[in-house]
Design a protein around this ligand. Sequence first.
Ligand SMILES: Cc1ncc(COP(=O)(O)O)c(C=O)c1O
Ligand SMILES: N[C@@H](CCCC[NH3+])C(=O)O
Length: 471
Amino acid sequence: MVSTHPTGVQHTGTQYLPQKRSTNANLSPNQELLPMTTQVNSHGFLEIGGCDVTTLVQQFGSPLYILDEETLRLACQQYRDAFRQYYKGESQVLYASKAWNCLTVCAIAASEGLGIDVVSGGELYTALSAGVSPDKIYLHGNNKSREELALAIQSGVTIVADNWDELHALVDIVGTHVTSLRPRIMLRLTPGIECHTHEYIRTGHLDSKFGFDPNDLDEVFAFVSQQPALNCVGLHAHIGSQIFERQPHQDLAAVMVQWLRDAANYGLNVTELNVGGGLGIKYIESDDPPSIDEWVKAICEIVQTTCVAENLPLPKLLSEPGRSLVATACVTAYTIGSSKTIPEIRTYVAVDGGMSDNPRPITYQSVYRAVVANKMSAPLTETVTIAGKHCESGDILIKNAQLPKTEPGDILVVMGTGAYNYSMASNYNRLPRPAAVVVASGEANLILQRETYEDLIRQDRLPERLKKVEG
Ligand SMILES: Cc1ncc(COP(=O)(O)O)c(C=O)c1O
Ligand SMILES: N[C@@H](CCCC[NH3+])C(=O)O
């Protein structure tokens, strides 16, 4: 008998098998729990991108982020192609690189024709270093420094202006102090649209630190239209992250087209509309996000029908997904260590990482699923709590995980860790950040080197007078 295990992996009696993936092209990565290339090999071990996960851990160490190139590329292609299919005007998908900003992920996204959304000088520097063309880079941020603004202007990237202070700073920088280049800017507006996601990752409601208040719209358009230093090309909004509902983005797109019409009334030639990101992914079996194709189609249709109704030309349509591009493409492999059973309460099984490599459970109470890579054929007999190794009681990665019987040395694989894991990782308790590899067709390449203890003290400075430690 074949049934579906809570991980979304099929199992036949005691045998777990990833879903048959002969029709990959039709599956939306954000609706899957595991990377598209996942298999169980003849030894009953987990394989991703043609690489045995336990062998990867032996080779590159533990914990290890494992990025499946095929899944990431497929998600990029589905976004890009859906816009081409459903939108009659020009379009551009940007990868919101805050999800995982590093050279390799930026380079893969760019090679699929995506632009990159960056939110700091550091992310901008990384995208430029990855070879991304500046005309496809968009800089966000609610408190960009003058240095970040100057770097953006000199690099020729588009700046998404967030507030009045930033507009004044831009006018001041251009021509007067640093440069005479005329930056391309977009205006970020807070649409006042509510969506059901965690409070910390909602950004589109009125009480948000991001963006201009729509009540100031006329004043903002009037100001920008009188500034020859600024080339205002478009409008931007983003309502939040890990969203499953379809309606909020449709409402947003319709509202934004109205704003386009308002901008035209001020003589602004605003031709780009960026509807942000936010499409959710499946972290657990009950999560039911729309597919990438459905999400894009709904937005394209509403922008087109509203433009027809308003008698406006179609803008260049942009969106900037992060999570739904990269989350499912990556898993984190940990080595299981000690365990502790508290009779009639729970069993804790500890791994060699935790809140420093995945701060999402402790920050947002996010839920994850896991499998044991070297026991894919073993029956599920245990319900355990997966704890990290940090000196913090809340350092729990998964509550009530259903696993086979585990022992120290087993390799636990947590799914869906490509977004907001490495990018939010810390050195809490002075744990070195793990390494990351990209896997494809049986080959694994290091993309982020594991930090060493020397790396951990690299920025430390011990004043001369404190060097004699013994009293
Ligand atoms: C401005 C902006 N754009 C894009 C994103 C990407 O969102 P997501 O990863 O949910 O697609 C975010 C994150 O919420 C954001 O703040
Ligand atoms: N860091 C959040 C998403 C925030 C997205 C950026 N505005 C998460 O892990 O879910």
